[in-house]
Design a protein around this ligand. Structure first.
Ligand code: MRU
Length: 356
């Protein structure tokens, strides 16, 4: 997708260096950062310079390539893989991507190991682009159905950033929006601010602006009243881990939006590539929910009058805080899952119908 009218992907590999767009600086500064070592990749994931389930999976895969460049010793590669998988706990894509690269390199001799790992990391990225595009084409059908009934513009609410910045290109939740816009459908997006890190306000609104899509940032708690007033036609969100029973683990606050959507008969869709499905965990209580530093709650970042990025504290130093980064939306609140293979019910039957 475009930034300043120039097409970009969120991650690429050139001259033995992984290049990323530093998302901690957006929307105020557009900076391309170089990752040269596996430690750089781990830090980029931890600090959320790259974030979003598919993108952190791809970064972990390239991180393992960087480890191989540093040292082809089996123990070093194994330890690097273990450290990468621990860098963020909730999104299943990290493990999924590392398992793929590890499987491909297992038994490969040290002469070829770099090339084989690189091929697999690149294949993960190419596949994600294809899958996200298909999610868009499948989700477009739902948008078309709703607009055919309404005959004017469609209002879509989204939470956090499940946009192209969270993937390699297209995004998951935003992909149907981009497809609809390209087809000439009038789309307006309600963008949840998404406290505490503001991925909605900082990233989703930014990428929609760059693509010329009408959007309005709202406070996280505003979705309810907009739904009561009939100003939301559908919700589309992303997911970091989708259980085989259709339960969806996504950015904190998603659950409250789904409850509100249910109460107001607003369709609530979750868009996902199959790389976020966890076929093993049966109960959502087993999902590791990331707890991040309380600084993210107690401080906000923005630009001052000189356009300099500044961080300020917003509540008493003495106050305690709890910063849970994800929550679980039970399948019963999800209207449907939009995947690369089609749309299905949020249930084991629905998912297995598409994927097994
Ligand atoms: O903490 P983040 O910014 O990595 O959280 C991202 C999300 O919650 C996204 O909705 C999710 O990863 C889906 S990505 C297409």
């Amino acid at each position: 997708m475009k930034i300043n009218d120039k097409p970009y992907k969120t991650i690429w590999f050139e001259n033995n260096i992984v290049k990323i767009i530093d998302q901690t600086k957006l929307p105020h500064q557009f900076t391309i950062k170089s990752l040269k070592t596996v430690e750089d990749a781990i830090n980029a994931i931890k600090k959320m310079e790259v974030r979003g389930a598919p993108l952190i999976g791809a970064t972990a895969a390239f991180g393992l390539v960087l480890a191989i460049i540093e040292n082809k010793d089996q123990n070093f590669i194994k330890k690097s893989s273990e450290n990468l998988v621990k860098s963020r706990p909730t999104a299943i894509n990290l493990k999924w991507a590392l398992d793929r690269v590890n499987k491909r390199i297992s038994g490969t001799n040290s002469k070829n190991i770099f090339q084989v790992a690189l091929e697999e990391a690149r294949a993960i990225c190419e596949e994600d682009i294809k899958f996200c595009k298909n999610i868009g084409l499948n989700g477009l059908k739902i948008i078309e159905e709703i607009t055919n009934k309404k005959k004017d513009k469609i209002n879509i609410l989204t939470h956090c950033n499940a946009g192209w910045l969270a993937t390699i290109d297209w995004g998951t939740a935003t992909s149907p929006i981009y497809q609809a816009h390209r087809k000439g459908i009038k789309v307006h997006v309600w963008v949840d601010e998404t406290r505490p890190r503001n991925q909605g306000a900082n990233l989703t609104s930014y990428e929609l602006n760059e693509e010329g899509i009408s959007n309005t940032v709202i406070a996280d708690n505003a979705g309810g009243i907009l739904m009561q007033r009939g100003q939301v036609d559908m919700c589309i969100v992303g997911t970091d881990r989708t259980l085989s029973n259709g339960d969806v683990c996504n950015k904190i606050g998603t659950y409250l939006k789904a409850l509100s959507a249910k109460d107001n008969n607003v369709p609530f869709y979750v868009a996902l590539p199959s790389s976020t499905i966890d076929w093993n965990i049966k109960n959502h209580k087993e999902i590791p929910i990331e707890e991040r530093n309380s600084d993210e709650l107690s401080h906000v970042e923005g630009v001052d009058k000189d356009n300099k990025i500044t961080k300020v504290r917003i509540y008493p130093q003495k106050s305690k805080s709890l910063n849970l980064a994800f929550d679980v939306t039970p399948a019963k609140l999800v209207t449907g899952l939009i995947t690369e293979k089609g749309i299905c019910e949020a249930s084991e039957k629905g998912l297995k119908g598409l994927f097994k």
